[in-house]
Design a protein around this ligand. Structure first.
Ligand code: NAD
Length: 278
């Protein structure tokens, strides 16, 4: 099974499907990531705040998989935007991960009340130049934040990782990103299980039409939208299921029916609004 890759605006490539480890407990992370690598995942999405970078690193070390076959993302937490904190933070993350370099480093949230996310991204540019990360990007940035980052640093982030699932499609920020060469990564791609996405007619109908599970249909929808996606599960059978999404294609009508699940008034959001997270 080959996982497709997408090219980023800096020339590097990223596997379009990966494994996210938000809420994977520190003491289970090594086991869960080892299982994920074993079944074929090569892209791991973690963050300093998840508290499980050491487990991710232990699994990577044990796997014996060559470093250049793995794609590792981690993120700068909100209390480390100021001064030279980003450099200290990435050094701590690399130490826990047992790596010399991550593939992608993100400003986790803009925390606009502190108004230092532009400085944080400017520091990430230096970290990239120092070789500590290959690519740099942001997360939870709205158009107003992206505009400032690009205008004030002159660098376009490679990705913006945002809450995105059928009931909350963030069309404005996705379109702005596409116009400016920013790839969209969908977090909470399955809606974090917080609403009955799998029971909706478009998802359930496509699942039975293709002989796949509702989760596989939703992941397929993200992939066909050109989003990068890394669903989380700690269960081996679901890790396998979430990877087994390359043997079918949703029709245009099925895609359009899932597109129509967004109430378009913002009420489908399951996480915190970026301007309220400070
Ligand atoms: P998700 O939408 O991937 O939902 C995960 C939940 O879905 C699991 O706990 C499980 O209960 C269920 N699930 C997974 N596979 C399933 C299957 N095949 N069938 C049925 N149920 C299934 O939500 P998430 O974990 O929040 O998002 C994915 C990743 O995105 C995270 O692990 C993390 O890496 C990233 N993330 C980033 C941010 C951010 O602020 N940048 C925030 C949240 C998550």
């Amino acid at each position: 099974m080959t996982i497709p890759t997408l090219e980023l605006n800096d020339g590097h490539t990223i596997p379009q499907l990966g494994y996210g480890v938000f809420l994977v407990p520190a003491d289970d992370a090594e086991r869960a990531v080892s299982d994920a690598l074993e079944v074929g995942y090569r892209h791991i999405d973690t963050a300093a705040i998840y508290g499980n970078e050491a487990g991710v690193g232990a699994a990577i070390a044990k796997s014996g998989i060559p470093r250049d076959e793995l794609y590792v993302t981690t993120k700068l937490w909100n209390d480390r935007h100021d001064g030279d904190e980003p450099r200290k933070a990435i050094a701590e993350s690399l130490d826990k991960l047992g790596l010399d370099q991550v593939d992608l480093y993100l400003v986790h949230w803009p925390t606009p009340a502190h108004d230092n996310y532009v400085h944080a991204f400017a520091k990430l540019i230096e970290l990239r130049e120092a070789g500590l990360t290959k690519s740099i990007g942001v997360s939870n940035h709205l158009v107003e934040h992206l505009e400032r980052v690009v205008a004030e640093t002159g660098v376009v982030p490679a990705v913006n990782q945002i809450e995105l699932h059928p009931a909350y499609q963030q069309r404005e920020v996705v379109a702005w990103g596409a116009q400016h060469g920013i790839r969209t990564e969908s977090w909470g791609p399955l809606g974090q299980g917080k609403y009955d996405l799998f029971g909706t007619a478009p998802v359930a109908g496509a699942a039975s039409a293709h002989g796949k599970s509702p989760a596989q249909v939703v992941l397929r929808w993200h992939l066909q939208k050109d989003f990068i996606v890394f669903p989380k599960s700690v269960r081996l059978e679901r890790l396998r299921e979430n990877l087994d999404v390359f043997d079918f294609t949703l029709t245009d009508a099925e895609m359009a029916a899932i597109d129509a699940l967004d109430p378009l008034d913002g009420s489908g959001r399951v996480g915190t609004h970026p301007n309220e997270f400070n």
